[in-house]
Design a binder for this molecule. Structure first.
Ligand code: EPZ
Length: 456
């Protein structure tokens, strides 16, 4: 996790966040309009893609979140010149003097994000070697990197695991490969794309992830000169090219952030216009939102989400890879489901440990039972492996304030919603984590009428 000062800066630009602890006074609806900019899970990858070019790239709609700063820091350590207009959301990345970074500079970023693993292919192409520090990111499961390393080896990379990280070389260069993923992993698909575009010959990736953020990364790579085709059956083909140039691109919006604000409107009985949200990338979320009783209206410049004013309805959700219901959408929505009349079921099939955040909701009065069985849908790969990965939420329950601690990014946002929904005061600690992926979230909460005080 990043230092508080950095995280706090991104979280509370306009509200002067000086502490990691906030006390919320709940029980009132969130109403108003907020803007959602570029997707955390695209922008950070597009920044890495800039490493592959032989001229500068410009990325637009970049949010001010701490994950962007971590990636900027790592790119800077490798000689990329970075100019950033934070308020305008524009970042310019010049990779013309890329160089190996000092170990100490790389290690300064250890444990702060998952993105460094994606530097492997671009650094191997540019420098012939890569050193990747220990990875961070949310603790929502084991989060292994075996698919990544196996894919890199298929391209001809030699991987040395060292106590402080991973060292890679490619003594014979990187060659196109035929790769079949056991699971449509988002990160591994990105790893393959970022490596294949400049590898010699053809790469064929089967069982690829096809999330909209990946499609936007393909847009960026095509702008740079790559040749990539996507078949309907999760097969991606890449014809390697010798050189790529820079790009100029506006990021896809952050559909995870948009869904979080939609859930906040539903949970608190309010109405939020999310400027920048688009229907196509949120289709599956919108269906579930409607089934739960939520009201939404799609406009050219965003989507309005509202509570119906009548009791919410229970739903059965199974998280899945795109085009399924995203794993990142379930945590905020679970908070709203505590207010639905009846029993809702959430079967988490992407991460094996993504219900840790429900402990705090139970402490606040929610009735949520966790199960090892695959409930409410297909059997998944966690069913036989003793993981607690299904939740049964019975509602409606009255929620009351409590002292709670943010466990991870999405779970943390769901805690904020719960604190704002519950009657009375809640003190939430460790809120800095939320700044990894939610731009100026405290400023936005303030604009929506939330009442809170920042400690210190
Ligand atoms: C990305 O993680 C996102 N992170 C996650 O968002 C998101 O939840 C996830 O995709 C699914 O959509 C970023 O984009 C930075 P995966 P990623 O590889 O790429 C297993 C958020 O809150 N797996 O698709 O790491 C893995 O354990 C974050 O914004 C392996 O077994 O996800 C998981 O069970 C959280 N071996 C499943 O695959 C591997 O080598 C899917 O992971 C890689 C993954």
């Amino acid at each position: 996790m990043n230092s508080l000062s950095e995280a706090a800066a991104a979280a509370g630009k306009s509200v002067g966040l000086t502490s990691d602890t906030i006390t919320f006074t709940g029980g009132r609806p969130l109403n108003g309009r907020i803007v959602v900019r570029g997707a955390k899970n695209f922008v950070t990858k597009a920044m890495v893609a800039a490493l592959l070019g032989d001229s500068p790239s410009t990325l637009r709609d970049v949010p001010d979140i701490s994950d962007v700063r971590v990636v900027s820091g790592l790119l800077g350590a490798h000689g990329v010149m970075i100019e950033r207009d934070v308020d305008g959301g524009v970042i310019r990345l010049d990779p013309t003097n890329v160089k190996s970074a000092h170990m100490a500079e790389i290690n300064a970023h250890a444990g702060s994000s998952r993105i460094p693993i994606l530097f492997c292919g671009p650094l191997l192409h540019q420098l012939g070697e890569a050193f990747i520090p220990d990875l961070g990111g949310c603790r929502i499961g084991d989060r292994p990197i075996d698919f990544h390393l196996s894919a890199l080896r298929s391209f001809g990379a030699v991987v040395d695991k060292l106590p402080e990280g991973i060292h890679l070389t490619a003594p014979e260069g990187l060659r196109g490969a035929k790769i079949q993923l056991d699971y449509p992993s988002v990160g591994t698909t990105e790893q393959v794309l970022l490596t294949a575009v400049r590898a010699q010959g053809l790469t064929e990736l089967s069982n690829a992830a096809i999330e909209p953020e990946i499609m936007d990364l393909i847009n960026v790579l095509q702008k740079m000169g790559a040749v990539i085709s996507v078949d309907a059956d999760r097969v991606i083909r890449v014809e390697g090219v010798e050189r790529l140039s820079g790009y100029d691109h506006r990021s896809i919006f952050d559909r995870n952030e948009a869904a979080s604000w939609a859930a906040a409107a539903l949970a608190t009985g309010g109405e939020i216009f999310v400027e920048g949200a688009r229907q196509a990338e949120m289709l599956t979320f919108l269906n579930v939102f409607r089934k739960a009783g939520g009201i939404f209206e799609v406009f050219d410049d965003g989507i309005r989400f509202a509570h119906p004013g009548t009791p919410l309805k229970p739903v059965v959700i199974e998280t899945d890879v795109h085009p399924g219901f995203m794993t990142d959408w379930q945590q905020p929505l679970v908070v709203a489901l505590t207010q639905a009349t009846g029993v809702s079921i959430v079967h988490e099939t992407v991460y094996e440990q993504r219900f840790g955040f429900t402990d705090a909701l139970v402490k606040m009065g929610a009735t949520i039972e966790l199960h090892r069985e695959c409930l409410g849908g297909q059997k998944c790969r966690f069913g036989q492996r003793n993981f607690v990965h299904s939740a049964v939420i019975s509602g409606p329950t009255k929620m009351h304030g409590a002292n709670i601690e943010v466990p991870d990014l999405r779970g943390g946002f769901s805690h904020l919603i719960a604190a704002l929904m519950a009657e009375g005061e809640s003190t939430v600690t460790n809120v800095g984590i939320i700044a990894r992926g939610y731009e100026n979230f405290l400023g936005k909460l303030r604009m929506l009428g939330a009442e809170f005080t920042v400690e210190g």
